[in-house]
Design a protein around this ligand. Structure first.
Ligand SMILES: *Cc1c(COP(=O)(O)O)cnc(C)c1O
Length: 368
């Protein structure tokens, strides 16, 4: 038996003819940065997300960073972030000169606990940065309410959640602005790095378009000290080939997740993800928890099942954040989650037979 964690080659080979045609088109266009391909993909992706604007940028980290810059968030400001997330969420805040203020998640969904957010808001808080972790939408309605009452921006880190729905509404238009990543392993992945911002805030969109391109609207005339963070023509053209398949890919991920939910239910010590009635997750990752996580991972590897830990160390305990003076025990939920989580294989080219093989391997590993 052998089930890889994710088969990126297979995922892209499905689209080989379209990707090769797109490559040839861009090659022969003679135009490689900020042109018709990027504009066309931006428009399609914005439409997919129900947003007025899509702005292609270099990667997901930059997408978050440019939203914060676009809202003028900087030194002295604070931004609420989840205590358990991929470190990019925090780094985007830090790179603006602002301070990430961690808030613990709900244990069932791993997403920001709205009940804890209000207590973390202070005089310098400017925004709530909610992550739709593992492809499951965060509980946005209470966050929208808090943001409105407290005059804060609500920003989505949707890097893991392209196409996920909350109360029927697709992510990317549930706050003031949203950040997406097209890193190859994401639900919509490029053949390299890429990212996008979606927003219906016209002024923000205009500022981000300027910031991503050296602070310039007219070539060689610079309004603000900007950055170089653009989605290039080639990646945009490749993404345009894959976007129409996204819903189908997400549907396949749901089928795999449904098998896991059914076949792995009731195993002692194994905690499965909780799916609120309002959530339509896209299962970027299917994450289980077990107190003997490392033993389980090893036993699965011995049976040819690939797993990964997302993530082994919470941001507050990373050396990168040593200057903040955090210590073990500061965010016990995030710490427990990071000690116990394990991501099982899931992806758009995985078969139901493979999912059943994974379930059998898990049962064997846990003598269940
Ligand atoms: C991948 C990811 C990012 C960053 O995206 P990149 O394109 O790798 O910069 C940000 N936030 C989350 C939650 C992610 O999973």
């Amino acid at each position: 038996m052998s089930v890889p964690f994710l088969d990126l080659k297979a995922i892209n080979q499905v689209h080989a003819a379209g990707l090769e045609a797109a490559f040839k088109r861009v090659l022969n266009s003679g135009w490689y940065v900020l042109g018709a391909e990027t504009a066309a993909f931006e428009a399609s992706f914005a439409e997919y997300c129900g947003s007025a604007h899509g702005i292609g940028v270099a990667n997901g980290l930059d997408a978050i960073f440019l939203i914060l810059k676009g809202y003028g968030i900087g030194p002295g400001d604070e931004v609420i972030v989840p205590s358990n997330t991929f470190i990019a969420t925090w780094l985007a805040v830090s790179h603006c000169g602002a301070r990430p203020v961690p808030v613990e998640p709900l244990e069932g969904t791993y997403n920001l606990d709205p009940a804890r957010v209000e207590a973390a808001i202070g005089a310098n808080t400017k925004a709530i940065l909610a992550v739709h972790l593992y492809g499951q939408p965060a509980d946005m309605a209470p966050l929208q309410d808090i943001a409105r009452r407290r005059g804060l921006k609500l920003i989505e880190d949707a890097a893991q959640a392209h196409g996920a729905r909350y109360h029927g509404g697709v992510v990317g238009q549930l706050g003031d602005a949203a950040a997406f990543s097209f890193y190859p392993g994401k639900n919509l992945g490029a053949l390299g790095d890429g990212g996008a911002v979606t927003t219906s805030d016209d002024a923000l969109a205009e500022r981000i378009r300027t910031y991503r391109n050296y602070g310039s609207k007219i070539k060689y005339y610079n309004q603000v000290p900007g950055y170089n963070s653009r989605l290039d023509e080639l990646q945009a053209a490749l993404l345009a080939v894959k976007l129409p398949a996204l819903d189908g890919d997400n549907q396949r991920r749901r089928a795999i997740a449904a098998i896991y939910q059914q076949e792995l239910a009731g195993i002692a010590g194994l905690v499965l993800p909780e799916i609120p009635s309002w959530a339509e997750p896209v299962w970027h990752l299917y994450v289980v928890r077990h107190p003997q996580r490392d033993v389980l991972a090893k036993a699965l590897a011995e049976q040819g099942v690939g797993t990964i830990v997302h993530y082994p160390v919470p941001p507050h305990l990373q050396p990168a954040y040593a200057d903040q003076g955090y210590k073990e025990g500061d965010f016990p939920l995030a710490e427990a989650i990071h000690r116990e989580v394990l991501s099982l294989p899931i992806g758009p080219t995985m078969s139901e037979a493979q999912a059943l093989e994974v379930c059998a391997a898990v049962r064997k590993a846990l003598n269940a």
